[in-house]
Design a protein around this ligand. Structure first.
Ligand code: NAI
Length: 444
């Protein structure tokens, strides 16, 4: 669905009027384009420790124009603030104030990315305070930035060296993370070595996407195919025609299947084994809403939502993880929702199912730790699809504007995030829930 207001305020006089009236002025976001530079200008790396030097060198390896101090008047594509060694809140002032001085030089669609360590892993209260302080700072900057710029952070888990941030850093700097704002990605030491093929990171892999006949699922299929994967698209038989069209578009195969069926996992595995040999990625995207206030909820609405959104994922994962057809470095990515984080009026069933997905991902992630396989969830906020086009006008407008980016996301934003989590660059990311919500106020 098109956001007409966004189009209007970005077309000359209406934008000036919106500014005068103090109305929201959502920017056209900087999204990934093949061949476009990673960031729209030179990169400033702040921080004094060895970690900052390491990441500055990594960025030079990526052929980026790197600065260690801002040059007056120069527009910056991104600012990376390396704070992995902070031990006390007083360590924050110098790099953070230098960041503040450089903020006005950030280009449209620019990026701020911090690299630090999780507060919960520290047993020293002062160190934990400094680390947690970064959390509040990044989320606040996300709310202050304009012109489609975003601020996010990377947390290095355990003893992970600063290089472990590379995969998430590249994603957060790029146009692929356009609708990710005010979020943190925790990255552990990655077992993967060597650079990945940035054009086709999934070359030769086989992916299954459920609920792929339309909306976000169809876009996920397209992006995975762009990145080199063979894609199997799954949807209910009633959506067979649309599903076949998607399969044709992405050069993949279609499997008509209700994922709540008892034998769903074996049918997926048989289909994949027969045509491709093994499965590298499963995206649990199929989902439904049956909204009602809990006082008016009936068993059919509750049970259907739980069956499609959660029980099917639990059942399929159990079979998948026990199967040799699922690759030793296989990935599972599940669709959760910000409703599952913050709750939503009229969605007790949907929010229970999506919160359940988050619980499942964290538990399964812990069980998979060190195995080479990973599971993660993506929690979209308001995304422009047929599902959200059915919302009442006023509710939809509020959902769009109540985020730092003042607009809804596009299916491509969710798809890019999933493709990143499926890529070799995300090998150290496991059991995580990444919001793609433009820093929505819901569950902020
Ligand atoms: P959609 O309604 O446009 O598409 C969902 C697809 O899933 C449809 O093609 C449908 O036929 C399929 N499906 C439903 N039940 C199925 C079953 N039993 N077996 C196989 N396929 C089935 O939805 P949309 O907006 O593309 O959402 C995709 C996912 O993203 C869902 O899990 C949804 O909960 C989640 N999500 C969407 C948000 C949004 O703003 N659109 C926000 C947060 C999460």
């Amino acid at each position: 669905m098109t956001d007409n207001y966004l189009t209007l305020v970005n077309s000359g006089p209406a934008g000036t009027l919106a500014k005068k009236l103090g109305l929201p002025r959502p920017a056209v976001l900087r999204r990934h384009k093949q061949g476009a530079p990673l960031v729209p200008g030179p990169l400033l790396v702040l921080g004094t420790g060895a970690g900052a030097d390491t990441l500055a060198t990594r960025l030079l390896d990526w052929n980026q124009d790197v600065r260690r101090h801002a040059r007056p008047g120069e527009k910056l594509g991104a600012i990376v603030v390396v704070l992995d060694a902070v031990a006390d809140p007083s360590d924050l002032a110098a790099p953070v104030l230098e960041l503040g001085q450089a903020l006005r030089q950030l280009a449209r669609g620019g990026r701020i990315v911090t690299v630090s360590r999780p507060a919960l892993e520290s047993t020293d209260p002062a160190e934990a305070a400094a680390r947690q302080g970064i959390d509040g700072m990044v989320r606040s900057i996300g709310r202050e930035l304009r012109a489609g710029a975003t601020a996010n952070g990377i947390l290095l888990r355990g003893e992970a060296p600063v290089e472990s941030a590379s995969g998430a850093l590249r994603f957060l700097l790029s146009g692929k993370s356009a609708f990710v704002n005010g979020q943190f990605i925790t990255a552990g030491e990655s077992p993967q070595s060597g650079p990945q093929d940035e054009e086709r990171p999934l070359a030769g892999q086989t992916a299954v996407v459920t609920g792929a006949a339309r909306g976000i699922g169809a876009e996920i299929a397209a992006v995975l195919s762009r990145d080199g994967a063979h894609v199997v698209v799954v949807d209910v038989p009633a959506a067979g025609e649309q599903l076949a069209a998607v399969a044709n578009r992405v050069g993949g195969t279609a499997l008509q299947l209700d994922i709540t069926a008892e034998d769903a996992a074996s049918r997926i595995l048989e289909h994949v084994q027969h045509r491709y040999g093994s499965l590298d990625l499963l995206v649990h995207n199929a989902g439904i809403t049956r909204d009602k206030l809990l006082a008016n909820m009936d068993a059919a609405r509750w049970e259907s939502v739980m069956a499609v959104n959660l029980a099917s994922q639990l059942r399929v994962n159990r079979s998948l993880l026990a199967s040799d057809t699922f690759s030793a470095s296989g990935r599972i990515v599940c669709l959760a929702s910000t409703s599952g984080i913050a709750g939503n009026r009229g969605q007790s069933n949907y929010a229970a199912s999506k919160a359940g997905v988050i619980g499942m991902v964290r538990s399964t992630g812990a069980a998979l730790e060190g195995s080479g396989r990973t599971i993660n969830a993506v929690a979209p906020g308001f995304i422009e699809t047929e599902m959200t086009a059915r919302m009442p006008f006023a509710t939809r407008e509020v959902a769009r504007r109540f985020s730092s980016l003042q607009q809804g996301g596009q299916p491509i934003d969710v798809a890019e995030t999933i493709a990143f989590l499926a890529s070799p660059a995300a090998a150290g990311i496991n059991g995580e829930v990444l919001r793609v919500c433009g820093q929505s106020l819901v569950g902020a």
